[in-house]
Design a protein around this ligand. Structure first.
Ligand code: COI
Length: 354
């Protein structure tokens, strides 16, 4: 398929002062977009002006949330070149989410080509300061106007770009986490592994309560026993417990994080034993107090590697690391961002240059 490049107005310019960048509030001038319908398959791929599109008020996405998305980043290196981190993995995961949500598959090579074309046109928007990046959001929505609950016959796929700074306002200062005993992110057997908007919508109520109490994020426990750690809505979570790396297994209800995967490779190379096992909230609370748990950190495209400094569960408050990011957490942050920004050799072929 040929990608049409439509004329656009360069109405916006990248900010000069990158210290004002925040996460996900500003978008570039162009977006990639194409449509799907059952007769034609995917068609009309084009790069056009970023802006609102019209949707029928009955479009299925607006009623039954048939939607998926991805998040990946482009990094500006000191020599001006632009690096993408594991982009193929993101589009492969996108297809897994599509399958789970009964949406059409995409050709991964075509997606990568479309993204490259878009990035070439918008490359001035990749910010220059380390810690910033151009966040890439591929999205698919169900557009068929019908009120019956069923997989749609028509879809829109688009990619938008947003220059961003750190996801958490505090940058690398440890986040405070509220462990929800009452609410669950997804039920067992639900859509937890898919990157679909509904998982995030269902997290909002508890996140709002947590935020009102002064917490940055909610840690979700499994929905059956409300005992085992699953994930922190916007990131996977890892623990340094008894000197080993412990993280929840990919049990179907947590996201199969690409940063999680990269971090597990790195800790393995650093010589840590890895246990992908159910870790109970009691182990975390007791471990923080008796010294068996020494570090906890979240991993995610937006969050990168994010130190955790506090857990609160049913009124019990435990602190980790005296308000400072742990040594391993920092080493992982430095190694991962080093690979992304080109300071450290990419031995795994994770990086794809534009
Ligand atoms: C990402 O890390 O890219 C995500 O999609 C998480 C989102 C909550 C920002």
């Amino acid at each position: 398929m040929d990608i049409k490049i439509l004329p656009v107005n360069e109405t916006k310019q990248p900010v000069k002062d990158e210290s004002h960048l925040v996460f996900g509030k500003e978008f570039t001038n162009r977006m990639f977009i194409m449509e799907f319908d059952r007769d034609k398959g995917w068609h009309s791929p084009r790069i056009q002006q970023y802006g609102p599109f019209s949707l029928d008020p009955a479009a299925l996405v607006l009623h039954y949330a048939q939607e998926i998305f991805e998040g990946l980043k482009a990094f500006r290196r000191p020599d001006g070149s632009i690096a993408l981190f594991r982009p193929r993995d993101n589009f492969e995961r996108f297809n897994l989410s599509a399958e789970r949500m009964c949406m059409p598959q995409l050709d991964v090579d075509f997606c990568l080509r479309s993204l490259n074309e878009l990035l070439k046109l918008e490359q001035d928007w990749v910010p220059h300061t380390e810690g910033t990046s151009l966040y890439i959001r591929p999205t698919m929505i169900a557009t068929e106007p019908v009120l019956g609950v069923k997989p749609a016959d028509s879809y829109l796929f688009y990619i938008i770009l947003s220059p961003v700074a750190a996801y958490y306002k505090g940058g690398l200062s440890p986040v405070k986490i509220w462990v929800s005993d009452e609410y669950a992110r997804v039920p067992s057997g639900g859509t937890g592994e898919a990157k679909t908007g509904g998982n995030y919508a269902s997290s909002l109520y508890a996140s709002t309560l947590a935020s009102e109490k002064g917490y940055d994020q909610v840690l979700w426990l499994d929905s059956v026993e409300r005992k085992y750690v699953e994930e922190v809505g916007s990131m996977n979570i890892c623990f340094l417990y008894d000197g080993k790396i412990v993280t929840s297994p990919l049990c179907g209800s947590i996201l199969n994080g690409i940063t999680r995967r990269s971090i597990l490779t790195l800790v393995d190379e650093f010589g840590y034993e890895i246990e992908e096992r159910a870790l109970s909230i009691d182990e975390i609370l007791d471990g923080s107090e008796n010294g068996r748990l020494t570090e906890a950190f979240g991993t995610g495209t937006a969050a990168v590697v994010s130190p955790v400094g506090q857990f609160t569960y049913k009124g019990r408050n435990v602190l980790l690391g005296n308000g400072k990011a742990g040594e391993l957490t920092m080493k992982l942050y430095d190694t991962l961002t080093g690979i992304q920004y080109g300071r450290i050799e990419d031995k795994h072929n994770w990086v794809k240059m534009l």
